[in-house]
Ligand binder design. Structure first.
Ligand code: HEM
Length: 409
């Protein structure tokens, strides 16, 4: 059987596809359930439809750790710093190692623990909106979507107040646009080293002076005589920053953009603030902050939708495309803030289901209504087709979102 080969990176080269990827995904779903991938993802297979994505993502016959199917580790001297740090994190591990790492942080992210942060998330949101409201045009990403999750995670980790600006500047400067020039790679490398040094100093500080924060817990946690070594600790912190930051920025930034572009949906939410929960779930489905999850590797010969997949093969699961699959979501290309049920897979499923989902939901369900309460009117300050989008193959985010606003009277 010949199978269609797809170069995913090519598909998103033009700005139009980054701004609206749904035609690309629809085209991929039309091509079939299992496609061959030929691009930087390293070949293998691509799954664009909901059914196969939602099955394989939970299927224990697939590994997240490539070493468990006999592939060589990516941890080489030339591996970019960001990837190297992620390699020893739970997202690229399989049970039982995965469970051990996840258990150590799990309790900080239960819905109950996260709900206790609500008051502080509201305060930070209000402070950011106070500063933004003084201007006739706000820039939603820089003014709210970006600093909110970063401040929250910095506080959770116990970054001392005096270091927060440095931390924010450092981390924000590494935001990953698929940068490939020698100069940008060198710059990114330098910043990664600075961030790693910063985190190492923070670990040292919390070892000597424990506080009431997540990092202090992680430094001192012991489970059955087991504890995190320094590399695992840095890698864990980095995962929390990396996995939890840009994704939430994109949820709030892209989500507000889609609302502003659809006055009927915006009006509905203003008229009935009780719709916020279904609205956030629909934003997660529709705006797709994450295009695909970490690749999976077949641990044995398997079949997906009748296609034989050999042991060791790499499979890329396009969760963003699955979320737009008409066979599961009627009118999938329409944003409907009342949609229910909404079985989107934006947070993944199964073993690696997003640890930070309760936190991301909390931040969005506080930030979006606060924005609507603060301003009676919100309107794009530039035509939608001139908005800049991040050049990133896996994450989808508007880079700047200028809005003309009318403060509530
Ligand atoms: C895992 C999406 C926010 C921490 C994941 C996965 C997805 C995802 C799809 C599964 C990866 C896989 O199966 O390979 C998102 C989205 C977010 C978000 C769309 C925001 C809208 C957060 C936040 C945090 C976080 C706020 C923490 C501060 C994690 C961690 C994992 C993860 C630690 C790995 C879990 C594991 O491997 O067991 N996320 N995430 N995420 N996410 Fe999130």
């Amino acid at each position: 059987m010949t199978m269609v080969r797809v170069d995913l990176r090519r598909q998103f080269e033009d700005a139009g596809s980054r701004a609206d990827p749904s035609p690309v995904y629809a085209g991929l779903r039309d091509l079939g359930s299992v496609l061959r991938s030929k691009d930087i993802l390293g070949g293998g297979f691509l799954l664009p439809r909901y059914e196969e994505v939602s099955q394989v993502i939970k299927d224990p016959r697939f590994a997240s750790d490539r070493r468990n199917v006999g592939r060589r580790s990516l941890d080489q001297w030339w591996t970019p710093g960001m990837l190297r740090l992620l390699l020893s994190s739970m997202v690229l591990k399989d049970p039982p190692e995965h469970r051990r790492l996840r258990n150590l942080v799990q309790k900080a992210f239960t819905p109950c623990r996260v709900a206790k942060l609500a008051g502080r998330v509201e305060e930070i949101t209000d402070e950011l909106l106070d500063a933004a409201a003084a201007k006739p045009v706000i820039e939603l990403v820089g003014d709210l979507a970006l600093p909110l999750p970063l401040t929250v995670i910095a506080e959770m980790l116990g970054v001392p107040p005096a270091d927060r600006i440095r931390f924010r500047t450092l981390f924000a400067s590494i935001q990953s646009n698929s940068q490939t020039t020698a100069v940008s790679l060198a710059r990114n490398y330098r910043r990664m080293r600075e961030l790693t040094t910063f985190l190492q100093e923070l670990v040292r500080l919390r070892r000597d002076q424990p506080g009431d924060d997540l990092l202090s817990d992680l430094v001192h946690v012991e489970e059955g005589g087991d504890r995190l070594d320094d590399d695992e600790l840095i890698s864990m912190v980095f995962l929390l920053l990396f996995a939890g930051h840009e994704t939430t920025v994109n949820l709030i930034g892209n989500g507000v953009l889609e609302l502003v572009r659809r006055p009927d949906q915006l009006r509905k939410l203003r008229d009935d603030p009780g719709l916020i929960d279904t609205a956030i779930e629909e934003m997660l489905r529709f705006i797709n902050p994450v295009g695909f999850v970490a690749p999976r590797f077949a641990k044995e010969d398997v079949e997906i939708a009748g296609t034989p997949i050999r042991r060791g093969s790499m499979v890329t699961l396009l969760i963003a495309s699955a979320n737009l699959d008409e066979t599961v979501f009627p009118d999938a290309d329409t944003l409907d803030i009342t949609r229910s049920p909404n079985r989107h897979v934006s947070f993944g499923l199964g073993t690696h289901f997003c640890l930070g989902a309760p936190l991301a939901r909390l931040e969005a369900r506080i930030a979006v209504p606060a924005l609507l309460r603060r301003f009676d009117h919100l309107e794009l300050a530039v035509p939608a087709d001139q908005l800049p989008w991040r050049r990133h193959i896996a994450l989808r985010g508007v880079e700047r979102l200028p809005l003309v606003v009318t403060p509530a009277g």
